[in-house]
Write a protein that binds this ligand. Sequence first.
Ligand code: NI
Length: 202
Amino acid sequence: MRRLVLFFGVATVVVIAAAAAVLWIWDGGRMQSSAGEALVGGPFALTDQHGQPVTEQDFAGRYMLIYFGYTYCPDVCPMSLTNMVAALDRLPPEQVGQVVPILITIDPERDTVEQLASYAPLFDPRLVALTGSEDEVRAAAKAYRVYYHKAEAGADTEDYLVDHSTFVYLMGPDGKYLTHFGLNASPEEMAETIGNEIAASS
Ligand code: NI
């Protein structure tokens, strides 16, 4: 009986993991419609770490390197932001000024303007960190097809994790989607792709 329970337990985990992997691949692959137009990106209206209102229009003419995450993230977000900055540091001087690294929080409850103001400089003075109301953040995440879900909070409701997509999006000077990077992309690969995109359009 115990063995049977164990078997079904393991089988369930395997099935769930396989389903998650399929969904992940499907979602990751679907950045463009069948007509080839990008499904990722769009307008957003948020607030930066200085308390200033910011929309995608503020970055018109520059490339946006956008990541959705949160400052309380213990591992993945710090790594992704570190990689983004490391990629920028590998770009030649004439290109680096054309790219704005942006963090959009998916945890506006804790990621206030003040919290972002103390967090963003830990990575880079160039990093723009954006927050907003629950609705504003949800709209931005939806436009970028970003998934996030607040994990079950424990007794201490201030202490919770947020599951979230981990893609880094490269958007063109027109605000349109160019490409994205997964967690495994190295700063070297990111820098090369970004550099090629800039070179191709200039
Ligand atoms: Ni994270």
